[in-house]
Design a protein around this ligand. Structure first.
Ligand SMILES: *[C@@H]1O[C@H](CO)[C@@H](O)[C@H](O)[C@H]1NC(C)=O
Ligand SMILES: *[C@@H]1O[C@H](CO)[C@@H](O)[C@H](O)[C@H]1NC(C)=O
Ligand SMILES: *[C@@H]1O[C@H](CO)[C@@H](O)[C@H](O)[C@H]1NC(C)=O
Ligand SMILES: *[C@@H]1O[C@H](CO)[C@@H](O)[C@H](O)[C@H]1NC(C)=O
Length: 640
């Protein structure tokens, strides 16, 4: 009422041509003025060229300051502006103008060259019609009467049109953050353009509102004229008849209106999201750990327990909680809370339904912790749930070590396989030398080897100069060679049979003419095969000095070949004592341990005596028979 009267007064002054009639506000430095500082609501943003307004924050708490009641207490509301980069606030000098239809005061900065009345004060608001970039800065509204005063400051930011955040080019720039709105699926809803009611009261005509939908997923812009019948624009509002998932996204309303002969506009947006209908259960549920799930943990390590829960979307009530307890206590009440930490994250969000994960990290997990009760709890407006995480100590061998062990075993096996294939003869010899039984302890035979060969042949030289010498001198076997060892005067048949029977092995050196009809070799072979067949601890070994065609063999030999070992002489390659020939031969011959060498030497001394004797008595056909007193090494050399 007071301002109405003063307004009238100033109208008269205006009529009288007193221009400019300036109402100078009282000193802002009045010590009586109570300063509320800067409003904590944050800066007000307005797009340059759009209509905007500042509402004095003193009136945001109507119980403290009520505009109507302050007017009754003869308070005056005065605005000051501190432009950006300035240090001195200036009162907004205003020309008073009473508009035609109601009490309205138009203001204009004194320095402004604006042709019209760009700034106006209306009740608790200061209008920017439209905003200019120079309007940015700090604004102070001061409420005072003769005896009391209070003031508060606020920031105004005038954004350039390209400063506004936009997702797509078809989106209009907006200075104000989108208003969130949640709509139930398959339900209806009404969308009102935010702040529209602020201008409907002051506009000269009905504001014109146009709507645009920017879809959430594809960010395509669809004007309201192109919408289908599920949603439509009714006047300034949007009526959604049936909410669908596709209808989520940003809705932009552009408001155009006239005021004081000016065309003004502003744009706002609404962020529409859908939730599943309230008819569905809305209680939170724990998905992980499952009811019978067991966590395996390793003591003295860092243990991570994950709790995952589903919070169904609730209209207008988005709060939810998820937390861990240890023996019923929340983490911040634990005595050793530094060992525990938890963190929340929204894993997934679908139509308001949130999948939330909470990770509990336990440092230095100890065996005492194994006995504790770790519970994960969830809560929202509609209900709660709790679940215990069952812990179990890890017992199995860590998989890495297991894999390593397996790998090593495999490599070893391959290695052994290769080793066996390359060195099987050597391995066999070593095995025999350790575990083989010395046949000398179990039988009463005199000779280790009886050598049977074709007389007057290449093989005879081989037998006498090489085979015999190595077997006797190098390996320490006692060798029986009929022509050397038999005593003169006996029956050849009887003596042969007796010698063969007294030998552990019959070494047959096969050659083309071996065991021809009626020869002594045939007798020896038959005796050997018979001895073997009768189980008389005799074994026949075939040695092949030079390749022989099987067809040239006597029948007995051909038959015997199937069951007998054949050791082949490979010329010079076989001369070395380490060659395959000698190794194979030793495998077939009786076991001689390293320690039993002396024994063997003993028996070979015996044999040497006999040989000395036989050398004198038997006539040597080749003259290659060596004397046992000669150095075996020179013997070998001469043989080679
Ligand atoms: C302000 O006070 C008047 C009476 O003094 C009252 O009618 C009005 O409702 C109040 N306004 C608010 C927003 O509290
Ligand atoms: C000024 O306002 C205060 C309350 O804010 C009131 O008590 C006082 O009476 C007013 N002074 C005048 C002169 O109206
Ligand atoms: C709209 O709201 C949803 C859910 O609150 C949010 O994920 C999305 O980022 C918002 N979009 C914009 C553009 O603010
Ligand atoms: C922990 O959760 C189980 C259900 O899994 C419940 O029976 C028990 O009472 C809970 N303990 C506490 C201390 O809340």
């Amino acid at each position: 009422m007071a301002s109405f009267i003063s307004g009238l007064l100033f109208l008269f002054l205006l009529m009288g041509g007193a221009w400019p009639a300036v109402s100078q506000p009282s000193e802002p430095t009045d010590p009586m003025c109570y300063d509320w500082g800067e409003s904590r609501k944050g800066a007000v943003s307005v797009l340059e060229g759009e209509a905007g307004w500042l509402t004095c924050p003193l009136f945001s708490h109507p119980s403290v300051y009520n505009f109507t009641s302050t007017q009754n207490a003869r308070h005056n509301l005065i605005w000051y502006h501190l432009p950006e980069g300035h240090y001195l606030e200036q009162p907004i000098r205003h020309n008073w103008w009473l508009s035609k239809e109601r009490e309205r005061l138009w203001l204009q900065p004194a320095a402004s060259s604006d042709s019209g009345w760009r700034l106006s004060k209306e009740r608790e608001r200061l209008w920017l019609q439209p905003a200019a970039s120079s309007d940015s800065g700090l604004y102070i509204c001061m409420l005072r009467n003769k005896s009391s005063c209070s003031k508060i400051a606020m920031q105004l930011k005038v954004l350039q049109r390209d400063e506004a955040v936009r997702r797509t080019d078809c989106e209009p720039p907006v200075a104000v953050a989108a208003t969130p709105m949640v709509i139930e699926l398959h339900h209806g809803a009404m969308l009102d353009c935010p702040d529209l009611e602020n201008v409907t009261n002051v506009a000269d005509s009905k504001p014109d509102v146009s709507w645009l939908h920017v879809t959430q997923e594809t960010s395509t812009c669809v004007k309201s004229e192109k919408w289908n019948s599920d949603r439509e624009q009714k006047g300034a509002r949007i009526q959604v008849h049936v909410m669908l998932k596709y209808y989520q996204g940003l809705y932009f309303c552009s408001v155009v209106y006239q005021r004081g002969g000016r065309n003004l506009s502003f744009t706002r947006s609404i962020n529409v999201t859908a939730v599943y209908p309230t008819t569905l259960p809305k209680e939170p549920s724990i998905l992980h750990p499952a009811l019978d799930q067991v966590f395996t943990v390793r003591p003295d390590s860092e243990v991570r327990l994950v709790c995952r829960a589903l919070f169904p979307g609730i209209l207008r009530s988005p709060w939810w909680e998820i937390w861990w307890t240890v023996d019923g206590k929340t983490l911040d009440t634990l005595s050793d809370q530094h060992r525990f930490s938890q963190s929340n994250s929204v894993v997934n969000e679908d139509m308001g339904d949130k999948m939330v994960e909470n990770q509990l990290l336990i440092h230095d997990f100890n065996s005492q912790d194994l006995k504790s009760e770790f519970n994960c709890s969830v809560r929202n407006e509609k209900g709660w749930d709790t679940r215990r995480a069952q812990l179990e100590e890890e017992v199995s061998v860590p998989s890495l070590e297991l894999a390593c062990g397996l790998g090593v075993t495999l490599v070893l096996m391959v290695l052994l396989f290769v080793l066996y294939h390359v060195f099987w003869l050597e391995l066999l010899l070593i095995y025999r030398s350790w575990f083989g039984t010395d046949e000398r302890h179990t039988d009463d035979k005199e000779y280790d080897v009886y050598i049977s060969y074709a007389r007057n042949s290449e093989e005879e030289t081989f037998v006498l100069s090489t085979l015999r010498k190595v077997l006797e001198n190098e390996f320490g076997y006692s060798v029986c060679i009929f022509d050397r060892d038999s005593l003169p005067g006996g029956t050849i048949t009887d003596e042969t049979l007796s010698f063969v029977a007294r030998s552990r092995r019959l070494l047959v050196v096969v050659s083309p003419g071996y065991a021809s009809r009626g020869s002594q070799a045939l007798l020896e072979l038959k005796a050997g095969i018979d001895g073997m067949a009768l189980g008389g601890h005799l074994r026949v070994i075939l040695v092949q000095y030079r390749p022989v065609r099987r067809r040239g063999w006597v029948r007995e030999l051909r038959r015997a070949r199937v069951a007998l070992a054949l050791v082949r002489w490979k010329g010079d390659k076989s001369r070395e004592l380490t060659s395959r020939f000698w190794k194979r031969l030793r495998v077939e011959l009786p076991v001689r341990r390293a320690g039993s060498r002396e024994e063997g030497e003993g028996s070979s001394k015996e044999a040497g005596l006999m040989r000395l004797y036989s050398q004198n008595s038997t006539n040597s056909q080749t003259g290659l028979l060596s004397s046992p007193v000669r150095d075996p090494q020179t013997d070998l050399d001469s043989a080679a």
